[in-house]
Design a protein around this ligand. Structure first.
Ligand code: FE2
Length: 287
């Protein structure tokens, strides 16, 4: 598959692919190989319906279940959007907008779930006149290039993740919402080893609230230093969305964040995570 770099360190745009006709045997193996190597894949000029987006996601594995067993498990598309349930624009003081602001902290999706995510596949549905970029960094490149002193502090550590931790940074009330507070704390190792290449990547998120065996202040200082290093100047790919864009990213080897846009304009991405499995190297991140 023809592809061109998005950034010197990671990410490619994949050309001349219609994601609607990819199957497990035809197209997916090549896409999967590019995904393992480059971590972020951009496909332009796509016409994926939401059902077709779900089908592409399912090639990578099972769709994430956030129902916690409450009401069965149908694939649920998450809309990264300021359009509220009745079709209007969410108020700037609403919890809906605050939840969007929390997505603007550097994070990896779903580290607060009992089983974390392998991918997110996001498609542009409604775009504003400006802003709303999604930014990415490679945590594989970060781990590889990390100064030895910092790497030594992080190597072998176990990080504790909680959904409430990232939401609390925006508004303590947001952290108390049922869909946030329902999740228990989860512990993951500080690196995820890619089972195909053997390459390690820093595994971290705005959801981290503690480091095993470290005083709270020291642990959070380490987490801040690691995220700061991973996202330092020159490491960020900032994606300006166009209609028809679909991005698939590797949650094991990247950090991402949303950027603000004028909230008097609608913006909507349809976004879906796939749960990681043993074949994705899940064991390497378990404490
Ligand atoms: Fe996210």
């Amino acid at each position: 598959m023809e592809h061109t770099p998005l950034h010197a360190l990671f990410g490619v745009q994949v050309h001349d692919v219609d994601l609607r006709i990819i199957t497990a045997d035809d197209g997916y193996p090549e896409i999967r190989a590019l995904f393992e190597e480059h971590s972020v894949l951009l496909f332009r000029d796509q016409t994926l319906s939401e059902d077709e987006q779900i089908k592409v996601a399912q090639l990578f594995g099972p769709i994430e279940d956030r129902s916690k067993g409450a009401d069965g498990h149908d694939p649920v598309m998450s809309m990264v959007s300021n359009i509220d349930d009745d079709g209007g624009l969410a108020d700037t003081e609403s919890m809906h907008l605050k939840q969007l602001q929390a997505k603007q902290l550097w994070h990896t999706d779903s580290t607060f779930l009992p089983v974390p995510a392998l991918i997110n596949i996001a498609a542009a549905r409604v775009l504003p006149s400006s802003g709303g970029e999604t930014e990415f960094v490679s945590t594989r490149a970060a781990w590889c290039e990390m100064p030895p002193e910092l790497k030594q502090q992080a190597a072998g550590k176990v990080f504790w993740h909680s959904y409430a931790q990232s939401r609390r940074q925006i508004d303590p009330e947001l952290a108390k919402e049922d869909i946030i507070a329902m999740w228990n704390d989860e512990a993951w190792r500080s690196t995820w080893t890619n089972p195909v290449s053997g390459e390690e990547a820093l595994y971290i998120a705005s959801h981290v609230f503690a480091v095993d065996g470290m005083e709270p202040v020291d642990g959070m200082a380490l987490v801040a230093a690691l995220i700061e290093f991973a996202t330092r100047d020159g490491t960020v790919y900032s994606h300006q969305w166009r209609l028809g864009d679909v991005i698939i990213w590797d949650e094991r080897a990247t950090l991402h964040r949303g950027r603000a846009w004028p909230y008097d304009e609608a913006r909507s991405l349809s976004s879906l995570c796939v749960t990681a499995r043993e074949c994705d190297g899940l064991d390497s991140v378990r404490p």
